[in-house]
Design a protein around this ligand. Structure first.
Ligand code: HAM
Length: 420
């Protein structure tokens, strides 16, 4: 048997309902916040990610699915959504349109990571990006949006951690301080950290090696090195979040794993989200477009991992979702009523009522068994007597009760009751 590649997952119909509900909540939130959908290619030129996500990030260094296509071009399956949206924003001249530009996406993304609970090689994200607004209001809006989305999913035990990693200017001083602090320990630290020390010492703070973590815990904090503008920006973001009723904790260890961030960074974490713990992450990235060779445009955004959301929702037993549609099963007891069931099913579907009927010439007993197994909400029984009377026996599978309903009233009867 050919099996699926390591680190991938099949979403089977039994679970797909939850995915659809999460996606529906994401789309609904996007509409409420006035974000339009954007769809960009699954693969891009590799350079987009090496320049955008950043050469010192683990994603670019170790985790990209990169290959040469038949035209000898280096192509990469997107490891995240932000860089592709930035490219589309520039390429389609959206800078000339109404600002802020606001877009959301529901995508699959690919990272060659060591698979474990909550960490896959193909995973899915709901993300949102906002361009053109440098004000703290934009950071607060994005964070409130993310917070509202998680609340709408019924999650209660996620914590919001925020930090500021300053701008290019204040980070220079900070990098010096980090180098001074780490230099005496370099020999005991991992090879990656020694490279990070040279290229981007802040990345050391994100190292997962136990031995390196010993040193990172007491390292200097970026918050102590913020310039006046960055400090004022961070204070405003915090006060806007408080005003919006969004609870947060300032955590100086949040530096994020991608190189494009500046100023505000944040993560929503949960104990139930696997070893990594982060269900949703994001921040401001005012220099990304500049890194891509264009004029700087302020931007801020977030992305949530759908698989991790599902893990956390399951662990929290989150009370989520409005009404789900149930379905009914039309059961024909003999040859003639089978045909009636078949045509009636088309009519009910036309009226928006999900229904099924027998396609396998099954006995009445086997049809009931199937209806039960496939969790039909109602079984509509049609037999010789019912057809003669122009009625159907409608069996409520939840309450184990039955009622005789006139065929011409069946649509109305079911549509009022079919929601779960
Ligand atoms: P990220 O933190 O790399 O940020 O990923 C966002 C979310 O995607 C994570 O919090 C996690 O839930 C999920 N995720 C990441 N990697 C995996 C994986 N291997 N398996 C399962 N889930 C995963 C970004 O991607 C940024 N583009 C977010 C952003 C948007 N920043 C600004 N705008």
């Amino acid at each position: 048997m050919i099996v699926r590649p390591k680190g991938t997952k099949d979403v089977l119909p039994a679970e797909a309902g939850l995915w659809q509900q999460i996606e529906a909540a994401a789309r609904q939130m996007a509409e409420e916040y006035a974000f339009g959908e954007i769809r960009t290619p699954v693969f891009e030129y590799t350079e987009l990610f090496s320049r955008g996500v950043g050469e010192t990030s683990d994603i670019v260094n170790k985790e990209m699915y990169t290959f040469l296509d038949k035209g000898n071009r280096s192509i990469t399956l997107r490891p995240e959504g932000t860089a592709g949206v930035a490219r589309a924003f520039l390429e389609n001249g959206l800078m000339g349109g109404a600002m802020p530009f606001k877009a959301y996406y529901l995508i699959s993304a690919f990272r060659y990571e060591r698979p474990q609970a909550g960490r896959l090689r193909e995973f899915h994200q709901f993300g949102a990006e906002l361009y053109g607004a440098a004000e703290p209001f934009a950071d607060a809006e994005i964070i409130s949006y993310a917070d509202g989305f998680l609340k709408r999913l019924g999650l209660k035990k996620v914590s919001l951690l925020i930090n500021s990693i300053g701008c290019k200017e204040c980070r220079k001083k900070y990098h010096e301080a980090l180098k001074e602090y780490f230099r005496p320990h370099l020999d005991e630290m991992c090879g990656d950290c020694r490279t990070r020390f040279e290229k981007n010492p802040m990345r050391i703070l994100d190292c997962k090696e136990e031995n390196c973590k010993k040193y990172t815990a007491c390292a200097p904090k970026m918050l102590d090195y913020l310039c006046d503008d960055c400090r004022a920006h961070f204070e405003s973001v915090k006060s806007l979040l408080t005003a919006a009723g969004v609870q947060y904790t300032v955590d100086p260890s949040i530096v994020r794993g991608l190189d494009y961030y500046s100023r505000t960074v944040f993560e929503f974490t949960s104990d139930a989200a696997g070893a990594q713990g982060t269900v949703l992450g994001g921040g401001r990235y005012d220099t990304l477009l500049e890194q891509m060779g264009e004029k700087p445009v302020p931007a801020v955004g977030f992305a949530a991992g759908i698989e991790r959301l599902i893990m956390v929702m399951t662990a929290e037993n989150a009370a989520f979702g409005g009404k789900r549609r149930g379905k009914c099963y039309l059961l024909g007891m003999d040859e003639t009523s089978r045909k009636t069931a078949f045509t009636l099913a088309q009519k009910l579907r036309g009226a928006g009522i999900p229904c099924e009927t027998d396609l396998m010439n099954r006995s009445v007993k086997a049809q009931f068994k199937y209806a039960d197994k496939s969790e039909a909400r109602f079984v509509v029984v049609l037999g010789e007597r019912e057809l003669a009377e122009g009625t159907a026996q409608v069996k409520d599978m939840k309450n184990s009760s039955a009622e005789s309903v006139k065929l011409e009233e069946l649509c109305q009867y079911l549509s009022g009751r079919i929601d779960l």
